[in-house]
Design a protein. Structure first.
Length: 365
């Protein structure tokens, strides 16, 4: 029997309401916990008021919502199907000759549509707000500023010492020893008084200093000089520099490819950004897989347990296991143990295969 348009719209609306309710509940919980944690961290900071903590929690919320959308689909689908079973609507529909796949089709279509919306529209918004969140968090909570920028003109670093500030520019970089090439260092006394320029072929980051090679020094009120080697003091470390790159989460789905090209031209590894891009791109597949898994658990267990508590517990366990699997796949991808596309798509493909296999077993039994 074919699923009518009216019934398809009704089922789709039920799925949308269920997922929306689950997502709203998760968002409220996330916001409350985030606000409490930010307020605790801001308690000892004179500039971090309650208003700042509230602003930070709101800026962080869209990114966290993006992360929990798959689990909202899982829980929402399970609760909707449990209710339809309890009211016999699902039983009557199945008895009329409609298969599980026909009944779930509106939910699958809904997951793909919402997934595409998240990737193309919601992700850029969440990434932009998360970038602003990290800027304010660094300023008010952690008391630090960004020291690094990567642009089409190369790499820019800023460091401070007892005498003032220095700006380091390099055309490219080689890892893992962190050697800068075609280096120019501008030294300032205080904030804005230029005192020296150092040009070097390379600069190697050592413990407590940059080791410059083939150095030319110039500046106002001083005699220019050349040296084969020169040590330039710094408190920067490799980890500090790497931690100041724009995190993949603060870049939108559309921006990541250009940033990857920028990083690779500068000599840095962009593997983490590549893996994250594939993870976002695979989002619709993951949502569809969550619909199948939620339906498989509910159709198999609702008749035996009949309790929403059991379903919620199962949803939490299934979501936790998938979360762990996603983190393992991401770590393997970043470590280059598996290809970036495989790391990004593995959770979604696994969810589709697992949910599909369980539903096929239910249909055959």
């Amino acid at each position: 029997m074919r699923l009518s348009t009216t019934l398809s719209i009704y089922i789709g609306r039920q799925f949308l309401i269920g997922v929306g309710t689950a997502l709203f509940a998760l968002a409220v919980l996330i916001f409350m916990f985030d606000l409490v944690e930010l307020s605790r961290r801001a308690a000892s900071k004179p500039d971090a008021t309650i208003a700042v903590a509230l602003q930070l929690a709101l800026l962080h919320l869209p990114y966290m919502v993006q992360r929990v959308i798959p689990y909202a689909f899982l829980i929402g689908v399970m609760l909707v199907l449990a209710r339809l079973t309890r009211t016999s609507e699902l039983v009557v529909t199945r008895a009329s000759g409609i298969s599980v796949w026909q009944f779930l089709l509106p939910g699958i279509v809904l997951s793909l549509v919402i997934g595409a919306f998240v990737v193309t529209v919601f992700n850029p918004l969440a990434a932009s707000l998360l970038w602003r969140y990290e800027q304010l968090e660094a300023r008010y909570i952690e008391g630090r500023a960004s020291i690094l920028a990567v642009s089409s003109s190369g790499l820019w670093l800023r460091q401070a010492d007892d005498y003032g500030e220095s700006v380091v520019h390099a055309q490219r970089i080689t890892e893992p020893e962190l050697t800068l090439h075609e280096v120019v260092i501008f030294r300032y006394e205080g904030k804005d008084k230029f005192v020296q320029r150092l040009d070097a072929e390379t600069a190697e980051l050592r413990d407590g200093h940059w080791l410059l090679r083939s150095v030319l020094s110039s500046g106002p009120d001083q005699i220019a000089w050349r040296r084969e080697q020169h040590q330039f003091a710094t408190e920067l470390t490799i980890s500090q520099i790497q931690d100041n790159f724009a995190s993949p989460e603060t870049l939108s789905f559309w921006e990541i490819p250009n940033f990857v090209a920028l990083l690779e031209r500068a000599g840095f590894s962009a593997l983490k950004h590549r893996v994250y891009w594939h993870t976002i791109f695979a989002g619709p597949a993951l949502l569809a897989g969550m619909v199948l898994i939620g339906a498989a658990f509910t159709l198999r267990l609702s008749a035996r347990t009949g309790g929403a508590g059991w379903l919620i517990a199962l949803g939490i366990v299934a979501g936790l296991l998938l979360y762990i699997f996603s983190d393992v796949a991401l770590a393997l991808g970043v470590a280059a143990n598996i290809p970036a596309p495989l790391a990004g798509w593995a959770p979604g493909v696994m969810a589709l295969l697992l949910g599909g296999a369980m539903l096929l077993h239910i249909e055959d039994s």
